[in-house]
Design a protein around this ligand. Structure first.
Ligand code: ZN
Length: 179
């Protein structure tokens, strides 16, 4: 951030009095611009033993596969966000189930939340952000072509849990800043 979104003056990056982290500060209008992690919400939709996957039509990771997921909007719940992303990316109506995974993506300043879900019927298609949408059997999942580590984490936990007949939730953290 270089300029204040309130008044257009140049901002400085420093620790405000009484704070412990550097913030973008506008000395012209006094606004302190706090930046906090963004929520990405998705689900693993299943139908008849198969998983709904989308290949991405947009960057980052265009052409790679993922489950329906995207940025949460104001005024919706996590479950509503997961269902909306399924409608937008896969033209699919899903019933959102139990919490599957929370992935702290520290290097991207994001928190990814995934739910289990079921497809109400075998109706789906490619939304504007998808190249292709497919129902795939677990053994057909293109692991090396998955878009994001959080997608892989969620899919692997989903399949392990399903095989074991349980629905716990999982936490993990990814931090590429360390490498
Ligand atoms: Zn300002």
């Amino acid at each position: 951030m270089n300029f204040c979104t309130q008044c257009g003056a140049r901002v400085e990056f420093r620790v405000p009095p009484g704070d412990h982290l550097a913030r973008h500060i506008c000395d012209a209008c006094g606004t302190i611009h706090y930046q906090n992690p963004r929520l990405v919400v998705g689900c693993v939709p299943e139908y008849d033993g198969r998983i709904l996957l989308c290949s991405r039509a947009i960057e980052p990771r265009r052409g790679f596969w993922t489950v329906p997921a995207g940025f949460m909007e104001n005024g919706e719940t996590l479950q509503q966000a997961a269902a909306r992303e399924s409608r937008e990316e896969a033209l699919a109506e899903v019933e959102v189930g139990s919490l599957l995974a929370i992935v702290h993506v520290l290097h991207a300043q994001q928190v990814h939340v995934f739910f289990r879900a079921t497809l109400s019927r075998a109706q789906f298609g490619a939304g504007p952000e998808s190249l292709e949408v497919e129902l795939v059997r677990p053994k057909e999942i293109p692991w090396p072509q998955l878009a994001f580590p959080s997608t892989e984490f969620s899919l692997r936990r989903y399949l392990e849990d399903r095989a074991a007949g349980r629905e716990p939730h999982h936490f993990t953290s990814l931090d590429r800043r360390l490498k």
